[in-house]
Design a protein around this ligand. Structure first.
Ligand code: MV4
Length: 451
């Protein structure tokens, strides 16, 4: 096992990884930007190194500074968390070059899955169902027209280097197509430095259902069931739950096997996620794979009792998975609300600043993953998540009641938060019936239409 790990991240996920390390008896090194000096992850770690100025580009994305800090502190491994360098194949490769274990999959696998066109090709060969769409890169308007005539409208144009909905465009008809194509290509070029795009048939009112994967370096691969992440706003997830109210045991088994098959095709190890869209007839289609620990991993931990971050670290140390597929049992229901410093009454605009009173909920089945505390300042340089509120109940109804109770207990003063918005979602009759899909927030959460 590792003696010392560096966490190349900040906030709640850095705290989460430090907790896992402590339980495994591993020493920890935090990295921080100048304004983060007093933050919780720095206080909790055994050692801490300043890696640069406030701007993420100069600190949490500063690869030379992070690698030299890791070498200076003589760490055995680096955990990247999510965001920042978590899916940077160059960083993962450089860690290995410097004899530091990168806690995640192989750099080549990050690279492969980061290219959504290559990922589609790979899993298709393995027999995984895809959203009907273009074969590979769409090079020209002529080719796009041809693909569109074949599969029909509406359709989606997506960036090969995108993911999570970044650089997505909808075309309703042939008139839309040229502009949508040009816009998607321009956006992709600007955002990712790669203007490759592909096309997919538009799936109406889909569910976003993803499977948690765990694999070791010895070829063992299992799944920990699904998460339902259908509640999104502008491609930002707001609330996630596990299991999915749309799922049954038969479909879970089938999709789980397909998810493992997709991961196996990539020779995947570490924790990862296979994302699917599921249509109203319960047809499911692979959309992409995430090669990192995800924000919403706690809902899976709550219903399986498995500490995914600890497993990820053990796997990186070369250990064999000790959990067998048949050992994975789903118990009860978990819901996560992302509590952001954003103003839901002002188009979710960021609301950074110093928190006043901060009183967290507690009691049975309540978990908070956060790096915030009373008088903590939400910095404007990084993302606006204050923390995650996760609840467990024996069934969905109990989880919903508990979430409402916990949201009401949660007091965060002086900054606007998404708590009032979450309370409205939880009270919504359609949400309570489990009727959540793509346009839920637009269709059901507008002011005159929320019952
Ligand atoms: C789609 C889609 C419809 N058709 N792809 C992909 C990433 C995710 N963040 C949103 N994505 C979508 N991809 C095709 N071919 C609709 C969405 C989508 C969505 C999907 C499930 C649940 C909520 C959603 C909200 C916006 C867009």
């Amino acid at each position: 096992m590792f003696d010392k790990i560096m966490i190349a991240n900040r906030g709640e996920i850095a705290v989460r990884v430090i907790r896992a390390c402590k339980e495994l008896g591993i020493k920890t090194v935090a990295v921080y930007s100048k304004p983060d000096i007093n933050s919780l992850h720095v206080q909790m770690a055994d050692e801490a190194v300043c890696i640069g100025e406030a701007s993420a580009r100069l600190s949490y994305l500063n690869i030379p500074n992070i690698i030299s800090a890791a070498k200076n502190q003589r760490v055995d491994a680096v955990h990247p968390g999510y965001g920042f360098l978590a899916e940077n194949a160059y960083f993962a490769d450089l860690c290995e070059t410097y004899n530091i274990k990168f806690i995640g999959p192989k750099a080549e696998v990050i690279q492969l899955m980061g290219d959504k066109i290559k990922a589609r090709e790979l899993v298709k060969q393995a027999g995984v169902p895809l959203v009907p769409g273009s074969e590979g890169n769409v090079n020209s308007y002529e080719q796009a027209l041809e693909v569109a005539r074949e599969m029909g409208y509406p359709l989606m144009i997506k960036a090969a280097a995108g993911g999570g909905g970044k650089g997505m465009r909808l075309a309703q008809n042939e008139t839309d197509l040229k502009d949508a194509l040009d816009m998607a290509r321009m956006e992709a070029k600007a955002a990712f430095g790669n203007d490759e795009i592909y096309m997919e048939k538009y799936i109406e009112e889909p569910r976003h259902i993803e499977f948690q994967i765990l694999g070791d370096e010895h070829g063992n691969l299992i799944h920990l069931g699904e998460r339902d992440c259908s509640l999104q706003r502008r491609n930002q997830k707001l609330l996630e739950e596990a299991p999915s109210s749309f799922m049954n045991e038969e479909l879970r088994k089938k999709m789980g096997q397909v998810a493992v098959k997709a991961a196996r095709a990539a020779k995947y190890y570490s924790a990862g996620t296979i994302e699917f869209l599921v249509d109203k007839h319960k047809n499911f289609y692979f959309i992409e794979m995430n090669t990192r620990i995800q924000v919403e991993h706690p809902v899976t931990e709550m219903i399986t009792g498995i500490d995914i971050v600890k497993e990820q670290i053990k796997i990186a140390a070369g250990e064999k998975l000790t959990i067998k597929q048949e050992d994975v049992k789903i118990n009860g229901w978990a819901i996560e609300c992302r509590i952001n410093a954003e103003n839901p009454d002002n188009d979710f605009s960021p609301s950074p600043g110093q928190i006043g009173r901060y009183i967290i909920p507690g009691g049975p089945g309540v978990r908070i993953d956060s790096a915030a505390c009373e008088n903590y300042t939400i910095l404007p340089y990084y993302d606006s998540m204050i923390g995650k509120l996760i609840v467990w109940g024996r069934n969905r109804q109990e989880a919903i009641c508990r979430m409402k109770r916990a949201l009401q207990e949660f007091t965060i003063e002086n900054v606007a938060t998404t708590i009032p918005f979450h309370l409205k979602v939880i009270d919504n009759a359609f949400f309570q019936k489990g009727e959540i899909y793509t346009n839920f927030i637009q269709r059901r959460m507008s002011d005159n239409n929320n019952r």
